[in-house]
Design a protein around this ligand. Structure first.
Ligand code: SF4
Length: 328
């Protein structure tokens, strides 16, 4: 079975945008691939090195959300990146051959520097984060990497690093290809992309009254100032969520025409959305609760996942060390 690696930075509780995008895809991939899912704590340190007080807690929150979403520790290897030390070791080795210009020109580097202007990211490690990202993927010699439709450029530098390594030392790494996965549009409550840093998220673990409160006040088509004003669902962030979470096509049609003719109000429309989100989240929150408050169970998942990941990682590193000519 082909291996795939995917990771997520531990930024704390995940939101329904993560769920509809990455996590739904990841749970599906478990049927066809040998999946390695890493909570990439070294990556978190690269941008949040000044305050690490919440790092451990954030890792646990992400783990709970993953398990709740259906990432199955029996089928996938779920682990913390720093528990598999070979990630850091391979990053060091790949750093030897990665030209500085590739890193300086990397579009995600420039983008991150712009997005995170409140942090000092002028560090050696931050410039090199694509090298660590390449190590994460290449360590498992993955042939495919699941990436959202909007991020396929991110993988290119990993492919270039693999090619360069193979050119110098022989064919050790496959050049991983993108496994394009659908990324539905999930706006936050203010209409911008849902993101923790914008404070507009609906979290997977939010209590239902809190979710309703957030939805009730969510932005809609600005043309609907009064209940009697007709609207356009295509200009409404609430509608984007209906598209993702409301599986009832007939109901969606009825709501869309009700919106256009002002036959329904936004609160009615949001109530319907809420009931679908509630149904969608019920099994996820129940699974999450099963693990919550049972740290021994979480430790067991991580321990078991790291063991499985280490087995593959050690094999790769043995081949890398030999290819590099390091003394055994
Ligand atoms: Fe948006 Fe629904 Fe209101 Fe139309 S009725 S503007 S789709 S919330």
């Amino acid at each position: 079975m082909n291996r795939v690696f995917s990771g997520m930075r531990p930024t704390g509780k995940l939101h329904i945008g993560h769920l509809a995008g990455a996590l739904t895809n990841w749970t599906r991939l478990q049927d066809d691939y040998d999946c390695y899912y890493g909570i990439v704590d070294w990556h978190a340190l690269m941008s949040d090195y000044a305050d690490t007080s919440r790092l451990g807690e954030n890792c646990r929150e992400v783990l709970l959300d993953w398990l709740g979403s259906g990432i199955d520790p029996e089928r996938s290897s779920i682990f913390i990146q720093s528990h598999v030390v070979e990630h850091a070791e391979l990053a060091l080795a790949l750093g030897m051959i990665t030209p500085l210009g590739w890193l300086e020109r990397c579009p995600t580097y420039k983008e991150q520097i712009l997005n995170l202007q409140n942090k000092d990211l002028g560090t050696y490690a931050f410039l090199g984060y694509p090298v660590l990202m390449a190590a994460d993927i290449l360590l498992y010699r993955s042939e495919k990497v699941p990436v959202g439709e909007d991020q396929s450029a991110h993988l290119e530098i990993t492919r270039e690093i693999a090619r360069r390594f193979n050119y110098f030392y022989g064919p050790i790494f496959p050049e991983p290809e993108t496994l394009l996965t659908p990324t539905p549009k999930v706006p936050g409550t203010d209409g911008r992309k849902m993101s923790k840093s914008y404070g507009n998220s609906i979290n997977i673990s939010d209590e239902l009254p809190e979710i309703w409160q957030k939805m009730r006040t969510m932005k809609t088509d600005p043309a609907r100032e009064r209940r009697s004003d007709p609207g356009d669902p295509d200009k409404c962030p609430v509608w984007d969520l209906h598209r993702v979470f409301n599986p009832d096509g007939g109901e969606r049609e009825e709501l869309a025409s009700g919106c256009r003719s002002a036959a329904i109000g936004c609160i009615d429309c949001k109530k319907r959305l809420f009931s679908h989100v509630e149904r969608y989240l019920a099994p996820i929150q129940e699974r999450r609760r099963h693990y919550e408050g049972r740290p021994e169970l979480l430790d067991e998942v991580l321990h078991h996942g790291a063991e499985k990941a280490r087995k593959v990682a050690r094999e790769t590193m043995a081949a890398v060390r030999e290819a590099l000519g390091l003394l055994r």
